[in-house]
Ligand binder design. Structure first.
Ligand SMILES: Cc1ncc(COP(=O)(O)O)c(C=O)c1O
Length: 449
């Protein structure tokens, strides 16, 4: 490895970073993270902080899980790669598919298709949703519905169902036939409805209206996150996802639960759909499936969907997939991660620690007027919306957000900014004391606003 001077001099000179301005990164170079232990990360200057981001909503087991690390390194020596395209497979892939299926059995999931990450998993679900309807003799069902504020990755399909325009505008035109419903976001919505249950009813009415307008016979699927993550940790009313399920069922529309963040315990339950008592038709997963230690995702399918493919004629063949689908090293990481996730019962810790973080931030909101909205309380996902004028709900300017971020970092916690939102999703192994470190660092950050 080159020395520190080289790293600092070349930081963001040759590498374009995702989700940021390449010119700005040259002016304000990104933090160089050099190591990690437990739930803490350390930068090149030796500054160590609690990682309230969990890498990127993914390092559910923390950074020191040797069982997963050893499984990955052993597999590299046994078989570092072989294709899983039709005609060959590998032992960890077979075992990992069994483990993932078992993990989501209660959600009604019956089959697993491995991918390289969340965007791939979403893309796979969207594609197979269309194919499912074709196989059943309804080839006109090609459109997709989704929620504004939803995030579904960056492939053209995922971007087309995405509900945040900053991920869309520069890349338009996107896929035709994708239509968006209002987000279940009581703080801001077109109905001026602050009651989450009434808001859920309003959105259900819009869904019915949109289905009537598009024609149910033209709609393949509704895709939604059980709790909207990147859009600002938007927690719908408990009635919301069951309402969406019921309406989809009535109109023959598949429900895809995008569990890339909410899967594997983050909500305090093993899946976001289970958190709301819903059984989806498909699930897109990634992140927590390997705790971020190896890039893997999985698209999952219910018995109902599986049966249609498996009993179809030649058209049932799945002509999508990736060079790294069912990668043996990734699969070894999945087996070890799921086993560790269950052994450590991380969902059980996510509930109380998430409540502690949420309630701690609510207390900070009494102290700081710039906190417009605090969202969370369902596992370790917390969002804080920062405003410059509380009555007008004016989004805070970028320079102030940067100052809050940097001061919080210097005071002991890495948090993530999503425009004027602070987003937090620490490892699910975090302790009570470590949550308190995040809260006191945020206190310092807000004081510096
Ligand atoms: C709900 C959801 N879906 C899809 C994705 C895309 O996943 P990836 O970045 O692994 O492609 C993300 C990423 O954060 C996500 O949060």
């Amino acid at each position: 490895m080159k020395d520190e001077n080289f790293l600092k001099e070349n930081n963001a000179r040759h590498l374009w970073h995702p989700m940021g301005h390449p010119g700005d990164a040259q002016q304000n170079p990104p933090k160089i993270i050099t190591g990690a232990e437990g739930v803490k990360i350390t930068d090149i200057d030796g500054h160590s902080v609690v990682d309230a981001v969990g890498g990127l909503w993914c390092v559910n087991l923390g950074y020191s899980n040797d069982v997963v690390k050893e499984a990955i390194s052993k597999q590299l020596y046994d078989l570092p790669y072989y294709s899983a395209f039709a005609g060959s497979t590998n032992p960890p892939a077979i075992e990992a598919s069994h483990a993932v299926r078992e993990f989501f059995e209660e959600d009604g999931m019956a089959r697993v298709f491995f991918t390289s990450g969340g965007s791939d998993s979403v893309e796979t679900c969207l594609r197979l949703a269309r194919q499912y309807h074709r196989l059943r003799g309804e080839p006109t069902r090609t459109k997709f519905l989704s929620l504004k504020k939803g995030y579904h990755g960056t492939h053209f399909g995922g971007a087309s169902v995405n509900g945040n325009n900053r991920f869309r505008l520069n890349y338009e035109p996107l896929l035709p036939g994708c239509h968006h419903l209002p987000a279940p976001y009581p703080y801001r919505n077109p109905f001026n409805e602050t009651d989450p249950a009434k808001l859920a009813q309003n959105i259900a009415a819009v869904l019915e209206d949109e289905i009537a307008f598009q024609g149910a016979e033209n709609i393949a699927a509704l895709i939604m996150e059980p709790i909207l993550g990147a859009g600002g940790v938007i927690v719908p009313d408990a009635t919301f996802m069951p309402l969406m399920r019921e309406i989809c069922d009535r109109h023959g529309i598949l429900l895809i639960s995008d569990e890339v963040i909410t899967g594997f315990g983050r909500t305090g339950d093993w899946s976001g759909a289970r958190h709301w008592g819903v059984k989806p038709d498909m699930m897109s997963t990634a992140k927590g499936i390997t705790s971020g230690y190896f890039p893997v995702g999985a698209a999952l399918f219910s018995d109902k969907v599986a049966e249609v493919f498996e009993t179809a004629g030649a058209d049932g063949a799945i002509f999508t997939g990736y060079t790294y689908s069912a990668h043996p090293v990734g699969a070894a990481a999945v087996i070890a991660t799921l086993s560790e996730t269950k052994r450590l019962n991380t969902a059980a810790n996510a509930g109380p620690r998430g409540k502690q973080l949420f309630e701690g931030v609510q207390k900070l909101a009494e102290k700081y007027d710039i906190i417009g909205d605090v969202r969370g309380g369902h596992g370790l996902m917390t969002g804080i919306e920062i405003v410059s004028d509380k009555a007008a709900k004016t989004p805070m300017d970028a320079a102030t957000m940067k100052r809050i971020h940097e001061t919080t970092y210097q005071a002991g916690a890495m948090v993530r900014l999503g425009m004027h939102n602070i987003l937090m999703s620490p490892p699910l192994t975090i302790t009570e004391d470590e949550v308190n470190v995040i809260l006191s660092a945020l206190d310092a950050g807000f004081a510096a606003a």
